[in-house]
Design a protein around this ligand. Structure first.
Ligand code: SF4
Length: 374
């Protein structure tokens, strides 16, 4: 019997310390709390396998927080539980986010590799020590190098590094230094995000102490990063994601392609059988299984927004079929205006619209204007 596929996101809400910019749900823990939380996750894995039977898990993503903080054995015991209760595809992509300072020394990558983990996402952000200090990151470039080398030596084939854009005082040349450093490590994937100063972060509370770059500087850094990464062979496939050919994140592609994924853990979001729901930022509410329906966006708006995040863009015939409507000449007229401004490309055969890097920077306005024509 053919079963539907499912991506699993597992949230580990613990970190050694809080970075200045971080708004993710995470807290300090200790061995006892890691172990109690791991047991709770295992209960929920069993619960969801009964709620969604006959599913084949083809991607698993451990995010956080700092998943690596619970140790390789903790992670592998959760994977064992997933394999016990779900059917897991042979080629399942299994990603673990890791912080360089906690895995460069004692972490056992051979355990990760032997339990099927084949993708590592390293939270580096920058290779410039002054920028790392501003962000409140505790690792060094040697930690990143050790982490990547140990993972590669253990046979983990797909390694991603996070790079941040718009750090106070970051320049094009400091960005180039960071990207050159990443590229020298022979990795396969880079996620490159513009810093957003969120409320409830240390950056927000002390915002008058920092010189945050304005929108123009952020835009220049973003366009520069696209150029530098493409020159190093990292092809852009989403607003913030670049990979060597064949190494795109299959799990994250599920989010943008509106395929089913289940988020297990406080603050985790899910999209299953057309319904979106999420857990609060509370371990207790997660324990009690209190979740919320997420109905912020209309389906059409969400579809266009997610598809236009991808370099492959919006396939018009697929869109028309999904929503049983036809795109009017007004839509194309508007799209051609954006094309003339260098923000998108409109193709005739197949009918497709995709944003350029300049267009990604203005995607919200482009999407709002396109939606008005429908
Ligand atoms: S390591 Fe990641 S999740 Fe933890 S505080 Fe820093 S940015 Fe947030």
């Amino acid at each position: 019997m053919n079963s539907k596929t499912l991506g699993l996101y597992i949230h580990i809400p613990f970190c050694g310390s809080k970075c200045a910019y971080c708004d993710f749900f995470s807290m300090r823990g200790n061995e006892e709390r890691y172990s109690l939380y791991t047991d709770l996750l295992k209960d929920k894995i069993k619960y969801f396998s009964e709620k969604y039977p006959n599913r084949t898990v083809d991607t698993v993503y451990f995010g956080g927080g700092t998943p690596s903080i619970i140790g390789a054995l903790g992670i592998s015991s959760i994977i064992d539980e997933i394999r016990k209760y779900f059917s897991v595809a042979d080629n399942c992509e299994i990603t673990v986010e890791a912080n360089p300072e906690c895995v460069s020394q004692e972490f056992d990558f051979d355990i990760l590799n032997s339990c099927g983990i084949n993708r590592l996402s390293v939270g580096m952000q920058t290779a410039v020590p002054e920028e790392l200090f501003l962000l409140g990151r505790k690792h060094t470039n040697d930690d990143v190098k050790n982490t990547v080398e140990k993972a590669q030596k253990s046979g983990i084939p797909n390694i991603s590094i996070d790079v941040m854009l718009g750090i106070p005082k970051q320049t094009e040349s400091s960005l180039k230094y960071t990207i050159d450093f990443c590229s020298s490590l022979n990795i396969t994937h880079i996620s490159s995000y513009i810093l957003k100063v969120e409320k409830n972060t240390r950056f927000w509370k002390n915002r008058s102490d920092y010189e945050f770059p304005d929108e123009d500087i952020q835009a220049n850094l973003y366009l520069k990063s696209c150029e530098l990464l493409e020159n190093k062979g990292f092809l852009q496939y989403e607003i913030s994601n670049f990979s060597k050919p064949g190494y795109e994140s299959r799990h994250n592609l599920k989010y943008w392609n509106m395929e089913d994924y289940l988020g297990i853990g406080p603050s985790a979001h899910s999209f299953i059988e057309g319904k979106r729901f999420y857990y609060d930022r509370s371990i207790e509410k997660f324990r009690q299984n209190i979740w919320h329906r997420d109905e912020d966006c209309s389906d059409i708006e969400t579809y266009i927004m997610l598809k236009l995040r991808l370099k492959s863009g919006l396939l018009i015939s697929e869109f028309e079929k999904t929503f049983n409507l036809s795109v009017s000449e007004i839509f194309y007229r508007k799209a051609r205006l954006f094309q003339n401004a260098g923000l998108c490309t409109v193709e005739k055969n197949p009918r497709r619209l995709f944003l350029t890097p300049q267009g990604f920077l203005l995607s919200n306005s482009v999407i709002v204007e396109l939606l008005e024509t429908l």
